[in-house]
Design a protein around this ligand. Sequence first.
Ligand code: S3P
Length: 446
Amino acid sequence: MPVIPMTSTPCGPLTGVAEVPGDKSISHRSLILGAMAVGETRITGLLEGDDVLDTARAMRAFGAEVTNHGGGSWSVHGVGVGGFGEPDQVIDCGNSGTGVRLIMGAMATSPITATFTGDASLNGRPMARITDPLALFGTQSVGRDGGRLPMTIVGAPDPVPVCYSVPVPSAQVKSAVLLAGLNAPGQTVVIEREATRDHTERMLVGFGAEVTVEQTDQGRVITLTGQPELKPQTIAVPRDPSSAAFPVCAALIVPGSDVLVPGIGLNPTRAGLFTTLREMGADLTYENERTEGGEPVADLRARFSPDMKGINVPPERAASMIDEYPVLSVVAAHATGITMMTGVRELRVKESDRIAAMADGLRACGISVEDGEDWWSVTGMGPKSVPGGATCVSHLDHRIAMSFMVLGMGAQNPVSVDDGSPIATSFPIFEPLMGGLGANLSRTSG
Ligand code: S3P
């Protein structure tokens, strides 16, 4: 992937309508569950970012027929639960933790072997959190030191169902166990102390699996009955709240802005950023609230908000906004007072160590940041007071690159990133979309 240095030069008001792409989490799951159903699943609004395209390729390698009909419309002809064939090539999941972890789960209880790899970011991320629970089904795995990719998974020939209490708040771990449980006889139980995004549970029910969710003293107890026949679905993928975060936050910090971001899913397991911004005093309203495909959806309207205050973001909200802390820290720099973010240890094992990556870049741009193992804080400077003027390192992390581009929009001087190419993993139209609202983004020579 060629490196793309990018610069965001401070801009005038951002205005207009921002039609952000489909939800990344739901797009991966649509392809994977479609591949595990019997018959043809039709998908519209699929995110055509590199992460999801890698998952589409992987599903083909396991035997599903995946067709791109153009304009975000796709079909998947599935092979059924337990019907995956053995891939004859290494499965390259690129930058995507969600892709590799969910696919490992999906193939782990079939009598096949597959080897997984990814880019430098993905190959540095912990996979034992997936292979530990998969071993309980009878799955074997051999990876590099520290449970890292490249890694070979030998599917369990005679899987047994498991009961697993997820030790870290992770929808990827929960989902890998549930997908593995699909081809185990009997009931697989997953317990999560803190609720994480629940797309897998919701979509499994949609595909006809028997799934129950119970709130107990131990947390959410999810019970899946194994070996169902999954029925193909017609899926309209909602727009991604994690992508909506960028035009929304940019509008809040650039004077005179007024941006409408239509059709955004406000599933409570995903909407923590918007709650936080409103608590900070953001002029962020939900218009045309409705339910689509069983999910709460609204059009978000974000206007320049000169009076935002720093707040303590409660740790129990972390899972519902885990991907949004980088761009929240940019808004926090433009608020007054300190924004304290606690209970966010998981940020250190994302596409990059997101606390370190943001802290380094924000400090280089003149902002005061403190951090510890599972917390960080940003001291706000108020609107139009952030100096900027630095080149920040994106560490192969799309959300870090986009966050620094947003920082430059509201700063006094341009902000650059060494490499904006990872943006294509989740938000391939970021540059034209933000440019259309009035942002000054340019690709700069290295
Ligand atoms: C995702 C879950 C989250 C999130 C990632 C997408 C998913 O990761 O950071 O971008 O689709 O399940 P964890 O579950 O590891 O927190």
